[in-house]
Structure formats: structure tokens, C-alpha cells
Design a protein around this ligand. Structure first.
Ligand SMILES: Cc1cc2nc3c(=O)[nH]c(=O)nc-3n(C[C@H](O)[C@H](O)[C@H](O)COP(=O)(O)OP(=O)(O)OC[C@H]3O[C@@H](n4cnc5c(N)ncnc54)[C@H](O)[C@@H]3O)c2cc1C
Length: 365
């Protein structure tokens, strides 16, 4: 009998505590409706408080770039919050420079909407849309890279600058219970408005890339939003030195197709580096393109070709190959895309050749 009473008492106490917590949460975290003023009155939204600024804006169809889904590990969702909205968090500090902090910049994923806010965001983010799409093509390009073609459904067309990226939304699959957003550069031409190509490299244990490589099937629906990013062609007549590794080829393909289709008179030298032949792809594609368009020179290079590779092309680290082919920075600008290691090494070579910061654009991933 004593045991029964003890069990009943414990159950009553825990139920009572749960009710207190729920009621306290309701009153303490009930921030009511908050008004968010965007760009000094150019847009205003009224939202229920309590969520992060990033997700509150997204629920009002304003998409701030974020590659990590709000975990403060990518640093992309920066924006200016004009009102003091709590102190800077340690999670924000690694991603903000002293000038950005001075200007009131914050990571929108780390700010909870608790009161009225005034924020500044780049105007072009207003044109970012959410799209529903269907997988039209999903095929291997190498042992760990796949081409994913998405046919846009609603809206049915996208407008973007060659070099920009979209965020792809993965659904729960297998043991993964969460949905995430990750950034992928558009690999198709801006003239193809009804579909986009993405080039996705499988990251071991990576949530979104495992989703794309193992769970996604032709015909599946996929949600994306975009376009985002300032990695796109600048408007002058310089020779383009384009350097890519791995899935970094994606934005380069879009930029090169755009330059050729619009008949812009940039000479282009496209360096594509890999370790062995099995890591290279689109070699025939770009070789053919360069035969049709003499302004394009395609230079694939292997750093460690195996005996079976029968490689007759350039050999060496991509930095060595670039150093051999590019004499100096005169009338040239460089576009780089690949791993942080590759980009950092290439930056050094380009700086040694005299490229100033404003002549180099890069996307690291
Ligand atoms: C602007 C931009 C453009 C990009 N374009 C492309 C592109 O065109 N193609 C492309 O392939 N990629 C691109 N990326 C990279 C892409 O956005 C993803 O970061 C990448 O695909 C990995 O995503 P994921 O969800 O598979 O990996 P994640 O789940 O984010 O994991 C990444 C790594 O972190 C490790 N990890 C994750 N969680 C933990 C944990 N809790 N503890 C320890 N380790 C952990 C994983 O093991 C893995 O190695 C781009 C990135 C940016 C910023």
C-alpha cells in the first residue's frame, strides 16, 4: 500500500511541476506580436515573438542565406540589427569583424525575436524566392559527386546571376530525424530558367549530401530557396582566370556558359584540378566547349595521376599549374572555387603574381 501511495505522490508531483513549467513558459516566453521594420520602413512585418530572427523572416518569405540551418557554424546569416537586442553571444563572435560589430551586425540565427526590431538587409534578398521542384535527373559524375537536376514547379522559373547559389532543403531519412538547409552553387546557365543543375559531393556523415546521394530519387519533390551570393562575374573586359577543384566546378560551369552564350569578349582560362583521373569529370564536355569557342582554354590537371590513368595532360598541384600558365595580373581577374586549402594556396600564388584583392573572387566550400 505504501508503495502505491508513493507512486501516486510522485506522479502528482511530476504532473504539477510539468503544469508549472508549461504555464511559466507561456507567460515568460510569450512575447506577443513583434514588429520588424526592414530597411528603414521599406518593409514591415508583424510576427509572433519567440523564434529566431532567421526563422521568423523565413516564415514571412524573406530568406537570409544560411548554410548550417541556424547552428551558428556557417556565419552566413549576418544582418544589421539597429536596436540593441541583447549582448553579442560567444557563438556570434568568430563570424563578425570589429567593423561589423561596430555597425550593429549580428547572426540572425542567434537572435530571438522578443520585441520590436529594426533591421537592415541587402535589397536583393527581397527577390529571393522559395521554389518547389522535382528531381529530373540524378546521375553520378565521379565516385563521390552527383549531378542533380531540379525542374522548377512553383514558381516555374528562376532568375539568377551565373555563380550564385541556392539552399536545398533535405527531409528526414533513415536515422536522420532533422531537416536541414545547405547551400549549393547553380551549375546551369541563367538562360535555363525552368530548371537548375547542382553538383553535389558526398561528405562522409554529412546530412544533406547523404540525403541527395542515397535517399533522393528521380521524381521526388525538393524545396529550394534562392538565389544568393556575390560570387558572380564583374562587368569588365579582363581575361578570366578560373580555378576549381571538386564540386567547385559548379559555379564555374554556370559562369562559363553565361559568358559564351552572351558572347561577352572575355578570354577564359579554366583550370580544373584533381588528384587522379577518377576525381575528374566533365573533361570531354569542357574540351568540346573549348573547341567550339576559341576564347575558352580548358586546363585539367592531376596532382598524382596513377599508372592506369594514361594521363597526357598537365601534372602537378593546381597552384603549380596556374603558376606555369598565368604570367602576371595584367588585364586579368581570378575566380576561385573549391576547398579552403586549395583556395588559400591559390590566393598566395595569385598575390605573388600581382593580383590585388579586388581582382580575386572566391567561394570556399
Ligand atoms: C556558398 C556555398 C556554396 C556551396 N556550393 C556547394 C556545391 O556546389 N556543391 C557541394 O557539394 N557543396 C557545396 N557547398 C557545401 C554545402 O553547403 C554543404 O556544406 C556540404 O554539402 C555538406 O553538407 P552536409 O549536410 O552533407 O554535411 P553536414 O551534415 O553539414 O556535415 C559536414 C561535416 O561536418 C561533420 N559533422 C556534422 N555534424 C557533426 C557533429 N555533430 N560532430 C562532428 N562532426 C560533425 C560531418 O561528419 C561532415 O564531415 C557550398 C557551401 C557554400 C557556403
Amino acid at each position: 500500500m505504501d508503495i502505491v501511495w508513493a507512486v501516486i505522490s510522485i506522479a502528482l508531483v511530476s504532473t504539477g511541476l510539468s503544469v508549472i513549467i508549461i504555464v511559466a513558459d507561456y507567460f515568460l516566453n510569450n512575447y506577443g506580436d513583434c514588429t520588424i521594420d526592414i530597411n528603414n520602413g521599406s518593409k514591415t512585418i508583424v510576427a509572433k515573438g519567440g523564434s529566431s530572427l532567421l526563422s521568423t523572416l523565413a516564415s514571412h518569405q524573406i530568406f537570409i542565406p544560411s548554410a548550417c540551418g541556424g547552428k551558428a557554424t556557417c556565419g552566413l546569416c549576418k544582418l544589421v540589427v539597429q536596436d540593441a537586442s541583447g549582448p553579442l553571444l560567444p557563438t556570434e563572435l568568430p563570424y563578425l569583424t570589429a567593423q561589423e560589430i561596430q555597425a550593429g551586425m549580428r547572426l540572425s540565427c542567434q537572435i530571438k525575436v522578443k520585441k520590436d526590431l529594426r533591421i537592415l538587409i541587402p535589397e536583393e534578398l527581397f527577390s529571393v524566392r522559395e521554389f518547389t521542384s522535382t528531381v529530373e535527373l540524378l546521375e553520378p559524375l565521379t565516385h563521390d559527386i552527383k549531378l542533380l537536376r531540379l525542374k522548377l514547379e512553383e514558381p516555374g522559373e528562376i532568375s539568377f546571376r551565373a555563380g550564385q547559389y541556392v539552399q536545398l532543403h533535405s527531409k528526414p531519412y533513415g536515422k536522420i530525424r532533422e531537416s536541414v538547409f545547405r547551400a549549393y552553387s547553380i551549375a546551369s546557365s541563367p538562360s535555363d530558367t525552368q530548371y537548375i543543375d547542382l553538383i553535389v559531393r558526398l561528405v562522409p556523415e554529412g546530412i544533406c549530401t547523404t540525403y541527395v546521394h542515397t535517399a533522393l530519387k528521380v521524381g521526388d519533390p525538393v524545396r529550394i530557396n534562392g538565389p544568393f551570393g556575390d560570387f558572380y562575374l564583374r562587368g569588365n573586359k579582363h581575361e578570366l582566370i578560373m580555378i576549381a577543384g571538386g564540386s567547385g566546378l559548379a559555379p564555374m560551369r554556370s559562369i562559363i556558359l553565361d559568358v559564351l552564350e552572351r558572347q561577352l569578349d572575355h578570354p577564359i582560362r579554366f583550370f580544373f584540378g584533381a588528384v587522379t583521373r577518377k576525381d575528374l569529370y566533365y573533361v570531354e564536355y569542357f574540351t568540346e566547349l573549348s573547341k567550339q569557342h576559341p576564347q575558352l582554354t580548358f586546363i585539367p590537371a592531376l596532382s598524382a595521376p596513377g599508372p592506369d590513368d594514361q594521363w597526357t595532360g598537365e601534372v602537378g598541384l593546381i597552384t603549380e599549374v596556374v603558376a606555369r600558365h598565368v604570367p602576371d595580373a595584367n588585364d586579368r581577374e581570378a575566380y576561385l572555387c573549391g576547398s579552403p586549402g586549395m583556395i588559400n594556396a591559390c590566393l598566395k600564388v595569385l598575390k605573388d603574381k600581382g593580383f590585388s584583392d579586388d581582382r580575386i573572387l572566391y567561394d570556399k566550400f
